[in-house]
Design a protein around this ligand. Structure first.
Ligand SMILES: Nc1ncnc2c1ncn2[C@@H]1O[C@H](COP(=O)(O)OP(=O)(O)OP(=O)(O)O)[C@@H](O)[C@H]1O
Length: 612
């Protein structure tokens, strides 16, 4: 017991090194002091439940041959110094962060978040970080792709994209947590963190937890200037090819729109700019619109308008039959002025008048707003129009209805009644709602508003009065000159390697290679099965045509002679040419037959094409 007491004293000296700092020696000679310690320890042991350790402690001491107090003292010292170091580190770090570092916070709901994440994904330095998040990269149809990356099927004739996902490497971005990186010789710290928040009033009014991410970028500098430079650089990088692209935005889904602001619009496409030359339209009309928008967007315009008390807005009405180029011109205009295009269709069922105002309210300073189908505002819903169209066809049934007594009941009556009920509930955008959005308080000044319609006559005068519509552009079915231009546009781009030598050897009007006009004109026509074979990649890629460059204007003129004036929309002519996109001569030869068949089809109002 005495030994145990003595050992326990040593044990406590180890546990409480500061308290026993002046005590030295495992076996103290001073027995009175020793006894006093022993008593104190003996009385403390039951309190701290260490009595059971006493035998083990003496056993370890005997086994080691020296007092375990030294080990415990050393461990205690390490633990304490670790604590002190940590505290000092935090203190030091806190002081540096507070006085020598600057931080900029970025919310994942802001576009800057996209800019910086795209830039980070492109930084090999960050990719070398040991904590990364891998992301699947989905490419758009417009992104360049090497032909050698595309596989073919076993026959070698058809392209095969079954392995395209496997070939696309993931993209790596810094994972959640702290990262350090250097840019332009400057140290940056990136803290990526995620927070959950309770989203009240989610879908069907059910509250759900949602994630929100934040980025904190800090630099070792007393001003955030280096971070601002970094963000500006990331933004520039993000928009590096913006000049050659048009960003298309549409209203976000309803559940996102209720967050307002930035959430109202979502990018749906980022496509190459549409060249103005590819829109076939009367040259004077085109130039007039271009000049008008150019003047309106001039930096001097806001002051000019303000000085005269005129609201800074400009509206355009593009009207004409379907497929005549209204949307195409809008996109080409957005491309010319480097503006994003915000497309709203008034036929969208979930769009309310409040939404429309909110959408106009959250437009950027300069942009093109394309309001499609404005004739549907405040007018009959399309379903009702359909009913009207169907009525003459249903004459027989209406006669039957007349014969039937009021007591006769049909299932179709119930269906009609139910449909009317839902249509009444779904009122859509009223005319006043649309006018409010266009020029009410919510309207954003500075934007280019383009409204399109197929039925200008049905528009309310209020909608097209000056101030709301400042310039009207009429689109018509293709004239002969436009058909000729469409023909040239279709084939000139692919004139990369015209077969001058081969073409020159031909008699004018003689099909290539001496084959009949009906025979496919690529080089795989020697076998009976060849007409079914697709054009091989080399033929498609090289742009080989069955005519020469010099012949194109002449053939285009001949083609336009075979197309009746103002009968077909540019979209119809384009569709015809697209089916013969490597065979302008064939397109010329078959044009007459196609035009006749189309005229017949239109006259008979059938939707089934006899010739395509
Ligand atoms: N004037 C034109 N010049 C060049 N291409 C045209 C022209 N008109 C139509 N097209 C082609 O036809 C297709 C449909 O054109 P677009 O969508 O611009 O017609 P739209 O008048 O807006 O039709 P809708 O009234 O049905 O919306 C596009 O592929 C476009 O390239």
């Amino acid at each position: 017991m005495g030994t145990a007491n003595m050992d326990m004293g040593a044990f406590f000296r180890g546990l409480l090194p500061t308290a026993v700092a002046n005590e030295t020696g495992f076996a103290a000679n001073d027995s009175s002091t020793h006894n006093m310690h022993a008593n104190v320890i003996e009385s403390l042991l039951p309190l701290i439940g260490l009595r059971s350790f006493a035998p083990m402690y003496s056993f370890i001491g005997n086994w080691l041959g020296y007092d375990p107090t030294f080990i415990l003292t050393a461990l205690g010292f390490l633990w304490a110094s670790n604590k002190v170091m940590r505290q000092m580190y935090h203190l030091f770090y806190g002081l540096i962060t507070e006085h020598l570092m600057s931080t900029i916070h970025i919310s994942s709901t802001d576009d800057i978040y996209l800019h910086i994440m795209k830039w980070l994904a492109m930084q090999p330095k960050m990719v070398n970080s040991r904590a990364l998040t891998a992301e699947t990269v989905s490419k758009t149809a417009w992104e360049d792709e090497e032909e050698s990356n595309v596989a073919r099927d076993l026959s070698g004739l058809y392209l095969n994209f079954s392995n395209q996902e496997a070939r696309a490497p993931p993209q790596y971005v810094p994972a959640l947590g702290l990262h350090n990186f250097w840019w332009k010789g400057q140290y940056f710290r990136l803290h990526r963190k995620k927070e959950s928040f309770l989203d009240e009033g989610g879908a069907n009014g059910i509250s759900t937890f949602k994630d929100k991410e934040d980025l904190m970028i800090s630099c070792l500098w007393r001003s955030p200037e280096p971070i601002k430079q970094l963000l500006a650089h990331a933004k520039q990088n993000y928009y590096s090819d913006h000049q050659a692209r048009t960003i298309v935005k549409r209203p976000s889904p309803q559940n996102l729109r209720r967050y307002g602001g930035h959430y109202n619009w979502q990018q749906v496409a980022n496509r190459p700019v549409r060249d103005m030359r590819t829109v076939v339209l009367d040259q004077r009309q085109k130039l007039r619109v271009l000049a008008d928008i150019n003047e309106y967007l001039h930096p001097e315009s806001p002051r000019w308008y303000a000085n005269r008390g005129i609201p800074l807005r400009r509206g355009y009405l593009f009207h004409g039959p379907p497929g005549t180029g209204k949307t195409s011109l809008s996109f080409a205009l957005a491309g010319v002025f480097g503006l994003d295009i915000h497309v709203i269709s008034l036929l969208e069922p979930s769009l309310t008048e409040e939404d429309l105002s909110a959408l106009f309210n959250s437009l950027p300073r300069r942009c093109v707003v394309l309001l499609e189908d404005i004739d549907t505002a405040g007018l009959r819903r399309p379903s009702e129009e359909l009913e009207q169209v169907q009525k003459p066809k249903d004459d027989k049934s209406s006669k039957d209805d007349a014969k039937s007594t009021p007591n006769d009941w049909k299932v179709s009556d119930l269906a009609k009644a139910l449909k009317k009920d839902t249509d009444d509930q779904k009122k859509g955008i009223s005319l006043s709602g649309l006018l409010n959005a266009i020029d009410g308080v919510a309207s954003h000044e500075g934007r280019v508003l383009i409204m399109t319609t197929n039925v200008p006559e049905s528009l309310d005068d209020a909608l097209i009065r000056p101030g709301r519509v400042d310039l009207q552009v009429a689109f018509t079915n293709a004239t002969k000159i436009q058909a000729q231009e469409l023909f040239i546009r279709m084939y000139e781009g692919d004139q990369g390697r015209p077969r001058h030598s081969r073409a020159k050897q031909q008699e004018p009007g003689t099909p290539m290679n001496g084959k009949s006009a009906e025979a496919p004109t690529n080089d795989h026509t020697t076998t009976a099965a060849a007409p079914l074979a697709p054009e091989t990649s080399s033929a498609v890629a090289s742009g080989d045509l069955d005519i020469s460059l010099d012949e194109l204007p002449h053939i285009a003129r001949e083609f336009s002679d075979r197309i009746p004036d103002g009968e077909f929309s540019p979209a119809e002519i384009q569709g015809y040419l697209l089916k013969r996109k490597k065979h302008p001569r064939k397109a010329l030869e078959e044009a007459g037959v196609w035009a006749e068949a189309m005229v017949r089809q239109k006259a008979s109002k059938t939707k089934i094409l006899q010739v395509q």
